[in-house]
Ligand binder design. Sequence first.
Ligand code: SAH
Length: 462
Amino acid sequence: MKHFPIYMAVADRRIALSGGGDAALAKLRLLLKTEARIEVYARDAAPEIHAWAAEGRLTHFARALTAGDVRNTVLVYAADEDPAQDARVATLANNAGVPVNVVDNLTDSAFITPAIVDRDPVTIAIGTEGAAPVLARALKADLEERLSPRLGLLARAGRRFRAAAEALPFGRARRDFWSDYYLGKGPQLAEERDAEAALTDLLRHHIKAEDKPGHVAFVGAGPGDPELLTLKARKALDTADVVIHDRLVSPEILELARREATLLDVGKQGFGPSTAQDHINDLIVEHAAQGAQVVRLKGGDATVFGRLDEEIDAVTEAGISWHIVPGITAASASVAAIGQSLTKRGRNASVRFLTGHDMQGFADHDWRELATPGQVAAIYMGKKAARFIQGRLIMHGAHPETPVTLVENASRPNQRVVSSTLKTLPADLADAALDGPALALLGLTPRVASASFLDTLTQELA
Ligand code: SAH
């Protein structure tokens, strides 16, 4: 960086400009936006300069700039578009120790004037050190389009309200208030005069919220499709201060969290499983204890294979209040994907949710029952356990042709259904090379393919 951008205090200070032509006009248009006292020295001044002088916006001297004129100015512009004149003005400024800008002369300038996006008091200065004026103009045009013309009004109203906002404690509480104003309520205001009432209202709301103790909502995020979120889940995300989420929660859903919320991904692989859980418990408690409204967001339903009880225990132990918002579990989304129901009159009056993980601990009598015809089970995290499940079920008398349907990424755009049987399960799994979350539905087959197959099976078993 050869030029360091700073903002100079110019209100009620003098800025002298030598020149009365086009270059002078271009600079004056910018300088007139300031509260500086502008003095123009030009024998021949453009009509605009005369007009501005008549309006009292600047002072015009119809003579050349002299050493005395430069004294006590904060900036000097050499804008005569004449190298000899510009050099003379630059020398006067240099001798007086006042920074000078020589128009279109980078080398002899002590400072340069950036392209400015003006939403006073919000201003954006764009400089390229003279390297790419076209780029600077393009950036300016882009920002002009993107920034609301009322940004300045908002900031001015905000500035007037700063003292009142000190009713909120310094730090997060006050930051949240201002974010709510500048990113939420503020841009929706129709008139600047509405700003004060809106700010007062917002402040009251935030002061009330400050008194609210921390709370934890254990929220089911559903299987991935944002439209499968409950309204309660959306509302919780809308008001969350902190969202602690699993890897399974899709980015589209995280998008719905309040813009100022802190998002913490605790689903990263790499922790050992027990450390991770303790770490998660600590995080939840730590944030809620500081008064945050915490959303603990889990894939599917929070109560299904989600280690929810451990987290509730930790929260309860810390004396923090909590509640559960149910979600759509992967089993529901998976049967929906294959057009089947989890229970069916005459086929199965009960359904099991199993996890591939602690299968080893399964009682023999459960295996025996699961191996009987017509049983339905949703096997979570079943990819790895496929061979084990297959071995146990067949050992306990299950028919090798018993259908097993794998649903990967249920409800998401990349959903895949793999139709298999107990006999071919490990091979089919290997072929499918599933890499997303997948659920195995034991005893169910996709509805289109089901009719003839089930007929055969029933005949064989009869
Ligand atoms: N609480 C979650 C389950 C957590 S265990 C729920 O109620 O759905 C994680 C397992 O859930 C994954 O290994 C996978 O078997 C299953 N799962 C989660 N989301 C899934 C999805 N969109 N499609 C298929 N299976 C999914």
